[in-house]
Each structure stands twice: as structure tokens, then as C-alpha cells.
Design a protein around this ligand. Structure first.
Ligand code: CTP
Length: 398
């Protein structure tokens, strides 16, 4: 379930209390979980529990009354790999089958391009009512998959078919579902990440504050989409393991260039997020510079521009994405880099943006192509930025 984006819709049935276990188990398996609840469901499970376990905000209404902002059902639908509605009550199933759209959960269902799966839950007479069976038939024809209810004790005190499938059965269903899905991505991506270190002497170097987190988030997003990834990174504490990942550790810009040159021909895209030191000392002292003997001036020589090299040594199908970290005249500088380095996209990071700090979990970026602004993303996790970036790169190909 690693990195799978599961949108969980919770409707108002007693089985809603079991959803806490499902969310926990999905999170343990490293799925991303966002939840939408119908207003009725919050009588059965608190949005606070759902939000805490899913580690995401929960939406119940079309409007967030506190902030006055819109809970965007289209954005939810675009985000999700799968929309799982569990428990799905008779009321919700009926509305889904008949095009009724009076809450956020339903509006999201009608906006979904990906798969919707439902796990119905109701009393046994409702579960076999002809009206419910007709609606289930309609939903099946509409492409919705159904995790059948199970037999056993019901909240009414009766016994029979109608209780929601146990969370572990829902989990197994999802695991099987994802096993059979072939990811969209086919091809190889070269990603550079982290800082470079340019040695002055055996104990000192020139470097910068880059943590490598953004580059690793891009690698993770690309792997989830099914790409093979050549991740070439400078010194970082970040870790990532995946059968389709080939990681090369480097220290200097020159080593970075060599590693890119080794793999570039086989790659379909290059995403160059490394913070490469522009200069290196002309000579590295073989012994530690002593206070008294140290030269006052360390001579510097310019490093190769790795991104520029890749961009000017590519065939027509290879796409190249660069980053631009700017402190002032941000847009102008980013567009100049796009042109000068012959890029398909430039991802602008501004030091002026609050929350987008070195080493932080979040980032705020604006993306431009040769025609101008592509999108101005709000502050979000580096992983979400990465997912958006991969979406945009895939559209470049079309
Ligand atoms: N880059 C690179 N090799 C370098 C310098 C930069 O591959 N020697 C890449 C970075 O990975 C990034 C983009 O070029 O994708 C822009 O990097 P940045 O440091 O913002 O720009 P510079 O070209 O170095 O220009 P300046 O420092 O003047 O802003």
C-alpha cells in the first residue's frame, strides 16, 4: 500500500466505528489516507478520531465554516487512487445510483475518474430489498466495485447478511486491487538531490543547507507511479528503498556530473533538484589548513552546470526540469533559467515564502513552462508537491 492515495468516504451507519481500525492499518502499510464524512456519520465516529488517525484534515461539509473556504470535491477526486466508501449506507447507495448529490461525499463520487469501491452495511432486510439490489446493479454497471457485506450479528439484534466487511477483509481487498493495477508510469527518471560538498582541505568544505528532502519526495512519487529511478544525491540523511530505485551517492559537482552522464541516455526525464555548489576551491589542500598558515583567500573555480549539460545533450523525447531557488525578482530569474538552460519546466522556490524552509517537510512552489505560468501550488508537503510535479511532467508528453 506504500504511497497509495486512499480517499475514505464514511457514511452514517453503526459500522463507522470500525473505520478507525481500517485507517490505522492502512497508515501502518504506508498508504496516504484522506477522509470525507457525511454529516450523519459524525454521530457514529468523531471527525477528530478520523483526522488524528489519518493524519489529515477531514471534510464533512462543502464549506469549511471556520475558514470560509471551499472543500474542493474535484481536488479530492483528482487526488485519490481509490475512493473507498465504507460503510456505505442504503441512503448513500441509493443516491449514488440515482445521481443525487446533496453532500460533499456524493459530489466527490460523481467527480471521480479513478475507481470507487463500496462496502455496504445495513440490516438484513434492507440488504436484500429489491430497491437496494436494483441500485447495486446500477452501481456495478457504472463501474463501482462492491465488497459484499458479511453474515453475523447485526446492530438490530438480528442475525444475517448485512454487516460491513471486517476492516482486515477490506484491507485485503484493497491490497489485491492494487496488485492488479499496472502503474501509469513506464520509463526512467534521473533525479538529482541534496547538496554537493566541495573540499577545501580534509576537514572543511563549501556546501549549502539543502536537505535532499524534496528530491527524495520526487523519487518516492515517481516510484509509486511505476518509474525506474536513478537517484543521484549528495550527502543527506534521507533514506529510500525500492526495487526500481538505483541510488548513487556523490560528494562533489564533478562526481554528480559523471553520475548523470552515466545514466542520462537511458532516461526519459531528468528532474534536477540538487543544490549544486557553483564553485569549488581551485586546489584542495592535502593537509588541514592551520590558523597561522592558512591563506587569506581561497581561490575558486566554477563547477560544471549539470542541468545545462543534460539539457544540451538530450534527444527530442527527453524532458528536463530544473529548480530555481530565488531570494528576489523570483519569477524573472526563474524564467531566465528556463530559457538559459533550455528547460521544459522550472520549479520556483522563493525564500520569501513562509513555511518553505530548508530541511522542512513542506514546500511552496510555482511552476513555469516555456509559455509561462503552469501552476502556483499552495504550501503543502514535499511529497504532495512531488506528486503534482509528476502529474505535470506526464502531461508534457501528451
Ligand atoms: N544546477 C546544476 N548544476 C549547477 C548549478 C545548478 O545542475 N552547477 C541546477 C540545479 O539543480 C537547479 C538549477 O540548475 O535545478 C538552478 O540552480 P540554481 O542554483 O538556482 O541556479 P544557478 O544556475 O546556479 O544560478 P544562480 O546561482 O546564479 O542563481
Amino acid at each position: 500500500m506504500y504511497g497509495k492515495r486512499i480517499l475514505l468516504g464514511i457514511t452514517g451507519g453503526i459500522a463507522a466505528y470500525k473505520i478507525a481500525y481500517l485507517i490505522r492499518s492502512l497508515k501502518k502499510q504506508e498508504a496516504e489516507v484522506k477522509c470525507i464524512m457525511t454529516p450523519a456519520s459524525s454521530a457514529f465516529i468523531s471527525p477528530l478520531v478520523v483526522s488524528t488517525l489519518s493524519e489529515n484534515e477531514v471534510s464533512v461539509e462543502f464549506w469549511n465554516k471556520e475558514t470560509g473556504s471551499w472543500n474542493n470535491h474535484v481536488a479530492y477526486a483528482e487526488w485519490a487512487d481509490v475512493f473507498l466508501i465504507a460503510p456505505a449506507t442504503m441512503n448513500t447507495v441509493g443516491k449514488m445510483a440515482n445521481g443525487l448529490c446533496d453532500n460533499l461525499l456524493l459530489a466527490t463520487y460523481f467527480s471521480m475518474k479513478g475507481k470507487t469501491i463500496i462496502a455496504p452495511a445495513m440490516d438484513l432486510d434492507m440488504y436484500k430489498h429489491p430497491s437496494f439490489l436494483r441500485n447495486m446493479d446500477t452501481l456495478t454497471k457504472d463501474g463501482v466495485s462492491i465488497i459484499p457485506a458479511e453474515n453475523g450479528a447485526l446492530a438490530s439484534g438480528l442475525e444475517g447478511e448485512g454487516r460491513m466487511a471486517e476492516p482486515e477483509h477490506i484491507q485485503s481487498y484493497l491490497t489485491e486491487y492494487f496488485k492488479n493495477i499496472v502503474p501509469k508510469g513506464a520509463g526512467k527518471i534521473c533525479i538529482t538531490a541534496g547538496p554537493t560538498q566541495e573540499a577545501i582541505d580534509p576537514v572543511r568544505y563549501i556546501s549549502n543547507h539543502s536537505s535532499g528532502k524534496m528530491g527524495f519526495a520526487i523519487a518516492k512519487a515517481a516510484l509509486i507511479r511505476g518509474y525506474e529511478v536513478e537517484l543521484i544525491c549528495g550527502p543527506t540523511h534521507e533514506e529510500l528503498a525500492h526495487p526500481k530505485l538505483n541510488r548513487t551517492n556523490i560528494n562533489t559537482a564533478e562526481e554528480l556530473l559523471k553520475a548523470v552522464q552515466n545514466c542520462w541516455q537511458e532516461c526519459d526525464f531528468g528532474i534536477f533538484s540538487a543544490a549544486v555548489a557553483d564553485f569549488r576551491p581551485v586546489n584542495m589542500s592535502s593537509t588541514k589548513l592551520k590558523k597561522g598558515s592558512a591563506e587569506e583567500v581561497i581561490g575558486l573555480v566554477q563547477n560544471p552546470d549539470i542541468l545545462k549539460w543534460a539539457s544540451f545533450h538530450r534527444d527530442n523525447n527527453q524532458k528536463v526540469v530544473g529548480f530555481a531557488l530565488e531570494t528576489n525578482n523570483e519569477q524573472e530569474n526563474a524564467l531566465l533559467k528556463l530559457e538559459r538552460k533550455n528547460l521544459d519546466l522550472v520549479v520556483l522556490n522563493s525564500t520569501q515564502d513562509e513555511g518553505a524552509t530548508f530541511g522542512g517537510e513542506k514546500n511552496k512552489v510555482t511552476i513555469f513552462d516555456k509559455k509561462g505560468l503552469v501552476c502556483d501550488l499552495k504550501l503543502q508537503t514535499k511529497f504532495d508537491v512531488a506528486v503534482n510535479l509528476i502529474d505535470i511532467i506526464e502531461k508534457l508528453d501528451a
